[in-house]
Design a binder for this molecule. Structure first.
Ligand SMILES: Nc1ncnc2c1ncn2[C@@H]1O[C@H](COP(=O)(O)OP(=O)(O)OP(=O)(O)O)[C@@H](O)[C@H]1O
Length: 601
C-alpha cells in the first residue's frame, strides 16, 4: 500500500485514491444511466405519434421526425389497424431501458463496493501502522465509527448522490429538449417549477439536517448503553444494577424515539407541501395545455407526451434538493477519514540495523513524559547486563511500565537515549527490535481464537517448542483439563479463561518466540504465590542467555533477581540485590515487611 509514506491528502486526493480501481464501474454506470434516460424519452413520443397519427386530422402539423416515423411504420391508416405496433415499440423501449437500468445498478453497486473495500483496506493498513501514542489518544469507538459509518457516507455520496445528480441532470436536459420542441410556453412552467422544487427540498433538508444528526447521536448513545451492558454484564449483575440499567436504556430509547417522531412529523409536512406544489404545477400544465389544444397550437398527443415527461422528471427533481443538502455531510465524513489517513505513521526505520540484542541494555539519562512539561521518567540512567535478570519495583504510577514502552519504542524519549549492545534502538529496524523483545503485558489481551493460535500468533513454531513454552508457563495442567486442549476457543476477550490462565497463556505466547530480551510487566499478579515461584524457577532455566526484566509489586517475584531497581516518581532511588536493598532502601524494606508473612509475625 502506498500509505507507507506520510502524505497530506486533500478531500479530492483521498477520494481519488478511494476510487482507484472503481472509476471504470462508475463511468459505465453513468453511461448506462444516460442510455436509460434516452430510452425513457421514447415511450411518450410513441404515444404522441399514435394519438396524433390516429386521431389527428391534419398530419402535416406533425414534426418531420414524427411524420417520417409514421411513414416508416406504413402510414397513419396502417397504424390505426395495427395499434399493437405501438405497444411493441413501447415494450421494446421499456425492455432496453430495463437492461440499461440493470447495468446501471450493477455497475454502480460494483463500483461502490469496490471503492468501500479500497477505503477499508487503506484505513485498516494505515491504522495498523499508526504510533501507539495515536491509539492511546483516540477512542476505539470513534475510530470504528469513522471506518464504518463515515466510509458508508462517502460511498453514498459517490455512488448515490454524485451519480444520481449526474443522472438527474441528464434526465432534465433530455426532457427539456423534448418539452421545448413541443411547447415553449408550457416548458416555462416546468422551468420555473423545477428550480422552485429543488430549492424547496434543499432548504427543507438543510434546515432539518441537525435533527437527522440528533437522531444519529441518540442512536449512538443507545448503542453505547447496549454495548456497555453486554460487555460489562458481569459488573451489572454483580452490583445488582439491572433495574438502573433498564431505566437508563428506557429513557434513552424514549429520547431517540421522540427525536424520530419529531423528524417524521416534519417530513410528513414536507411531503404533503411538496405534493401540493406538484399538484398545482400539473394543474397549470393540464389547464393551459388544454387551452392550447383547443386553440390548435398544441396537439393532444403532444399534451399527453408533455405530461408524461413532466411526470418522469418530478420525482428525481424532488430527490435532487435532498441530495444536494446532504452532500455537506459527506464533506464532514471525508474530513473525519482524512484525520486518520493524514495522521503520520510510526517511523519504522525498516532499513535500520538489525544487531543481536543479547548485549547490555543502557538507559542513558532518559527523560520522558506523555504530556509536555510533565515528565514521568526523570533522568533515568541505568545499565542492565546482557543475560542477567533484573527486577523493577516501585509504587503504582512510578513509571515501571513506561520503561518497557520506551524499550519497545512505543514512545520515544524526550531526552537521553536507549541502546542495546551499544547500538541506539532508534537506529534499529523497528520490526526487528520488536521481534527481539518479548513482553507480557500487565493486562494480557487474548484474541477470540484457539489457545494454540493465541500462543503462536507471532508465527508457526515446532510442536516441541510450543510444549516447552506451555510447560514453563505452567499451563500444561490447565490445557489437560480442557477437552479440546490446545484447540480450546478463547471466548470474547478471553472471558472463558481465569485471570491467572490468561496471564499464563500470555507468558507462553512470549516464551515461544525465544527472544533474547524478555519483559514481564506484573505478569504473575493473578497467579498464586506457589505457581509464581514454580514459573520463575522454570523461567530461570529456560531463559538461558536471555536478558530478563521483571516488573512487579510483589517482592517475592523479584527477590531472586541479579539486581533490583527501585523506581519512585520516575527516578531511581535505589538499586542492588534483595539483601542490599533491605539494608539501604526504606521503601523496599517497608514493602517487604508488609508482604512477608514472617516479617509480620
Ligand atoms: N498513555 C498515557 N497517557 C498519559 N499518561 C499516562 C499514560 N500511561 C501512563 N500514564 C501515566 O504515567 C505514569 C506512569 O505510568 P506507568 O504505567 O508507567 O506506571 P507503573 O509504575 O507501571 O504503574 P502500575 O504499577 O500501577 O502499573 C502514571 O502517572 C500514569 O498515569
Amino acid at each position: 500500500m502506498g500509505s507507507e509514506q506520510n502524505m497530506e491528502y486533500t478531500k479530492s486526493g483521498m477520494l481519488m485514491r478511494f476510487l482507484k480501481g472503481s472509476k471504470r464501474f462508475f463511468a459505465g454506470s453513468i453511461l448506462a444511466s444516460i442510455l436509460v434516460a434516452a430510452m425513457d424519452m421514447i415511450a411518450p413520443q410513441i404515444i404522441r405519434i399514435v394519438v396524433d397519427g390516429c386521431l389527428g386530422e391534419d398530419l402535416s402539423q406533425l414534426p418531420s421526425l414524427a411524420q417520417r416515423t409514421l411513414a416508416a411504420v406504413g402510414g397513419a391508416d396502417y397504424l390505426r389497424e395495427h395499434l399493437y405496433l405501438a405497444a411493441v415499440g413501447i415494450l421494446l423501449a421499456a425492455g432496453i431501458s430495463a437492461v440499461f437500468q440493470y447495468l446501471n445498478t450493477y455497475l454502480n453497486t460494483k463500483g461502490a463496493e469496490s471503492m468501500v473495500k479500497t477505503a477499508r483496506d487503506w484505513l485498516f493498513h494505515h491504522i495498523e501502522h499508526l504510533p501507539y501514542e495515536w491509539h492511546m489518544q483516540n477512542q476505539t469507538g470513534d475510530i470504528i465509527q469513522r471506518c464504518t459509518s463515515d466510509v458508508n457516507m462517502v460511498r453514498d455520496f459517490v455512488a448515490e448522490q454524485l451519480i444520481q445528480v449526474v443522472r438527474i441532470a441528464i434526465l432534465i436536459g433530455f426532457s427539456i429538449v423534448f418539452m421545448v420542441s413541443m411547447s415553449v410556453r408550457l416548458s416555462v412552467i416546468v422551468f420555473l417549477s423545477v428550480p422552485l422544487i429543488i430549492a424547496y427540498s434543499w432548504f427543507f433538508y438543510y434546515k432539518i439536517g441537525h435533527l437527522f444528526q440528533q437522531c444519529d447521536e441518540n442512536e449512538g448513545v443507545l448503542s453505547t448503553i447496549t454495548q456497555e451492558n453486554l460487555t460489562g454484564v458481569r459488573v451489572v449483575r454483580a452490583f445488582g444494577r439491572e433495574q438502573y440499567e433498564k431505566e437508563r436504556f428506557r429513557k434513552q430509547n424514549e429520547v431517540y424515539t421522540n427525536a424520530w417522531m419529531k423528524l417524521c412529523g416534519l417530513l410528513s409536512g414536507y411531503w404533503a407541501t411538496g405534493d401540493l406544489i406538484m399538484g398545482v404545477q400539473l394543474l397549470l400544465i393540464v389547464v393551459l395545455g388544454s387551452v392550447y389544444c383547443v386553440r390548435g397550437t398544441l396537439t393532444a398527443g403532444e399534451l399527453i407526451a408533455f405530461i408524461s415527461y413532466n411526470r418522469r422528471l418530478i420525482w428525481p427533481v424532488r430527490r435532487l434538493g435532498r441530495m444536494i443538502s446532504e452532500m455537506s455531510k459527506a464533506g464532514v465524513s471525508m474530513d473525519r477519514l482524512r484525520y486518520i489517513l493524514n495522521s503520520p505513521l510510526e517511523s519504522r526505520t525498516e532499513n535500520g540495523v538489525c544487531p543481536p540484542l543479547n548485549g547490555d541494555i543502557v538507559f542513558d539519562h532518559v527523560t520522558f513524559g506523555y504530556e509536555k512539561e510533565k515528565p514521568v521518567l526523570k533522568d533515568l540512567d541505568f545499565t542492565i547486563r546482557g543475560g542477567s535478570i533484573v527486577g523493577i519495583m516501585g509504587p503504582t504510577g512510578s513509571g515501571k511500565s513506561t520503561v518497557q514502552y520506551l524499550l519497545n519504542r512505543l514512545y520515544e524519549p524526550d531526552q537521553g537515549s536507549i541502546s542495546i549492545g551499544g547500538v541506539p534502538i532508534r537506529e534499529m529496524s523497528l520490526p526487528w527490535l520488536r521481534s527481539q523483545i518479548g513482553f507480557v503485558m500487565q493486562e494480557p489481551y487474548l484474541f477470540s481464537r484457539t489457545i494454540r493460535e493465541n500462543i503462536t500468533m507471532a508465527g508457526e513454531v515446532s510442536e516441541e517448542r510450543l510444549h516447552r513454552a506451555v510447560r514453563v508457563a505452567s499451563l500444561e495442567e490447565t490445557l489437560d483439563r480442557f477437552s479440546e486442549g490446545y484447540d480450546t476457543m478463547v471466548g470474547e476477550r478471553g472471558v472463558t479463561l481465569s485471570g491467572g490462565q490468561k496471564q499464563r497463556t500470555a507468558i507462553a505466547r512470549m516464551l515461544v518466540q525465544e527472544t533474547p530480551v524478555m519483559i514481564f510487566d506484573d505478569s504473575l499478579s493473578a497467579v498464586d504465590a506457589e505457581t509464581d515461584e514454580k514459573i520463575r524457577r522454570a523461567l530461570k532455566e529456560y531463559a538461558g542467555q536471555a536478558t530478563m526484566i521483571l516488573i512487579s509489586h510483589r517482592i517475592s517475584t523479584l527477590m531472586d533477581a541479579d539486581r533490583i531497581i527501585v523506581l519512585e516518581d520516575g527516578r531511581i532511588t535505589a538499586e542492588g540485590t534483595h539483601e542490599e536493598l533491605l539494608k539501604k532502601s526504606e521503601l523496599y524494606r517497608s514493602i517487604y515487611e508488609i508482604q512477608s508473612p514472617e516479617a509480620n509475625l
